[in-house]
Design a protein around this ligand. Structure first.
Ligand SMILES: NC(=O)c1ccc[n+]([C@@H]2O[C@H](COP(=O)([O-])OP(=O)(O)OC[C@H]3O[C@@H](n4cnc5c(N)ncnc54)[C@H](O)[C@@H]3O)[C@@H](O)[C@H]2O)c1
Length: 319
């Protein structure tokens, strides 16, 4: 890495660039603004400017409610005409272009020469491999994955993953940066499809789909099996720690001793469902029945009514 002396400290970033301002880019913009970082936004869709404005206005009360706005302004951003202009002079770039390797690489090719010699670029990619994204670029050592969960202005987790050419300092800087702005970053130590959080979700959802297809339970009952059961505990602590408590006074060691054969039998009985047209229809119809006529907006409002107090309870204030 060159000229590290000039890099903004991870806790003193003043200006970020957001490239690609759809669902994820607009949400990141809202969060950076809330944390007092000014933002230059670029998206090839001219309508994206109005979308970001609406998104920030709608996100602001929720971020305020969870205590994340320290006198920051929702107006400290501008929409610029090119990716190059967005990146110029930015300490940090969050890239949220469509999930296609050629699109991301074409974008990196455009900004590679403009990106400040010490600026860091993090990609929101859900599944692409950083080693393939960064190959051949001057700034490769300063590129990493910074994968959020939707919506990034509410969900704290960010997965930081390096590619083969990512410098260890870049990983350390990203972890420190996301921590400083109030996120909960974790370091994923190897490149894997879906990083970690989505692999965990996929493992559970595989069994959830399987349960419906094999007639174990309805879509609605499968959802209740999580939201009224283990899901409540998982917001407080993860699956390992939850089972540590499941072992009583003996903790995880006792839990392992008691349940090792049981879990091995359960795992052995699990199968991977095929997402056939029939399976998809069954799940889509099941979700429609569970929604009982509520629109997506109504369901999202219902989720947020629970999510916001939960975030207040579980997340400390940053800085
Ligand atoms: N949606 C999610 O739940 C989610 C969660 C975490 C990460 N991500 C990741 O975030 C990234 C963006 O996903 P999204 O859901 O916001 O998609 P989206 O379709 O909502 O937004 C993509 C935006 O990129 C713009 N765009 C098109 N071509 C572009 C280019 N060449 N350069 C820059 N921008 C371009 C589009 O106009 C659009 O506004 C993807 O890499 C995705 O994997 C998505």
């Amino acid at each position: 890495m060159t000229q590290t002396g000039a890099r903004a400290g991870a806790d003193t970033v003043k200006r970020a660039a957001v490239l690609g301002a759809g669902t994820i880019g607009a949400s990141w913009t809202a969060w950076f603004l809330a944390r007092g970082i000014s933002v230059t936004v670029w998206d090839p869709r001219p309508e994206a400017e109005a979308y970001v404005r609406r998104y920030v206005a709608e996100a602001w009360p929720a971020m305020s409610r969870i205590g994340m706005i320290d006198g920051a302004s929702p107006d400290a951003w501008q929409f610029v005409a090119t990716a190059e202009a967005a990146v110029e002079g930015a300490d940090f770039v969050q890239e949220n272009a469509p999930e296609r390797l050629p699109i991301k690489r074409e974008l990196y090719a455009r900004i590679d020469g403009v990106l400040g010699a010490d600026a860091i670029l993090a990609s929101s990619t859900s599944g692409l491999i950083m080693t393939e994204m960064q190959a051949g670029f001057r700034s490769a050592a300063r590129m990493a994955v910074g994968h959020p969960f939707n919506p990034p202005h509410l969900i704290p987790l960010v997965e930081v993953v390096g590619g083969k050419e990512t410098a260890p300092e870049t990983i350390a800087w990203c972890l420190e940066f996301y921590r400083a702005i109030g996120k909960k970053p974790i370091h994923i130590r190897k490149e894997a499809p879906g990083h970690l959080g989505n692999r965990l979700q996929a493992a559970l959802w595989r069994e959830a789909v399987s349960a419906v297809v094999t007639g174990l339970a309805s879509v609605e009952d499968v959802d209740t099996a999580i939201s009224a059961g283990p899901g409540l505990r998982w917001a407080a602590m993860g699956p390992h720690m939850t089972f540590h408590l499941g072992g009583g006074e003996g903790g995880m060691a006792h839990m392992m001793e008691q349940f090792r054969p049981v879990f091995e039998t359960w795992w052995a009985s699990m199968t991977t469902p095929e997402l056939t047209d029939d399976t998809i229809r069954q799940i889509v119809e099941g979700v429609a029945a569970e929604a009982k006529g509520r629109s997506i907006a109504e369901l999202a409002a219902e989720r947020d009514r629970i999510l916001l107090p939960l975030l207040e309870l579980t997340q400390g204030k940053p800085r």
